[in-house]
Design a protein. Structure first.
Length: 299
């Protein structure tokens, strides 16, 4: 899963650093996570104003030595060495750390929101639950993943520019592959599979544009119907292999009809069909069937 995501990231970021490699919509998503400075169509001048605004925020430091030290350290990072090929306006060290702080904050904020919103009523009844939800160690995983992804990608690109004395899409491929391993902090098969399928879609349409592969009419509809058939097959014969949230979703959209299937008789196909509902047996009308509830379920 992590290896697949790393390979997908490598190809996506290779295209991101290639002229016309990605559509505007896809490029804008990647730009949010890794920054616009590494995009192939970017120029240094387009970031000077933004970087200056970021670096010149009107923070008022008092005479406290600690705050003065933080201020001097920040200025030192901003003035750290920067390769002539780098498009960011600040020093490489500050550019790398800035990416981590931004995306780590975004990840932490999203994880907190996911935890707090469904538990608003519980928090109102028990205010101490608020701190428990915020400071849970699992909340740091998404922030670590997004922060490290941006940091490793930016840092690898800067390092490769210093080592190779050139900036190219190859740098994006290597940096993307290394950044993908940040998923070790937040393993998500859903994200990995979605990214892989999106990449296949991008590559397919690029192949159609170059007439390297044929354009299949109604392919999206065919793919949707095939995917739906596969999902419902799994939901009937192997519901335990579905994500719990998706299983609940299927129960809602089918008005619980999927949960009323007699999977005891499907166990003959050796797919462990009744593993999720081991004690369920439909209430049959004996006028229409001679199926009898097994003894081990009768008690």
């Amino acid at each position: 899963m992590v290896l697949m995501f790393s390979v997908v990231s490598a190809v996506f970021l290779y295209l991101y650093k290639s002229k016309g490699g990605l559509s505007t919509s896809v490029a804008s998503v990647i730009r949010f996570f890794v920054g616009a400075e590494e995009h192939a169509d970017s120029t240094e001048d387009s970031y000077c104003e933004n970087e200056q605004n970021l670096g010149a925020s009107p923070l008022k430091y008092n005479s406290n030595k600690y705050l003065e030290y933080i201020k001097s350290l920040k200025k030192r990072f901003e003035q750290s060495p920067r390769h002539p090929l780098c498009k960011h306006n600040d020093g490489c060290i500050h550019y790398i750390l800035r990416g981590f702080s931004k995306m780590a904050g975004v990840g932490f904020g999203l994880q907190i929101a996911v935890k707090l919103v469904p538990n608003v009523i519980r928090i109102l009844r028990k205010p101490t639950l608020f701190l428990q939800l915020i400071w849970h160690q699992n909340n740091l995983k998404l922030g670590a993943f997004l922060g490290l992804f941006s940091t490793v990608f930016r840092g690898s690109n800067c390092a490769l520019r210093w080592l190779r004395q050139k900036d190219s899409s190859v740098n994006g491929f290597v940096a993307g592959f290394l950044a993908g391993w940040s998923m070790l902090c937040y393993k998500s098969s859903t994200l990995a599979l979605y990214s892989a399928m999106k990449l296949l879609q991008v590559l397919y349409f690029k192949g159609v544009e170059k007439k390297a592969v044929p354009h299949i009419h109604w392919a999206d509809i065919f793919l949707y119907t095939l995917s739906t058939a596969f999902i419902f097959h799994v939901a009937i014969f192997e519901p335990h292999n579905l994500r719990p949230s998706y299983w609940k979703f299927l129960l809602r959209v089918t008005n619980n009809k999927l949960g009323e299937i007699n999977r005891q008789i499907l166990n003959a196909f050796q797919t462990k069909a009744s593993e999720l509902l081991p004690d369920f047996w439909p209430n049959y009308n004996p006028a229409f069937t001679n199926l009898i509830k097994p003894d081990h379920l009768a008690h």
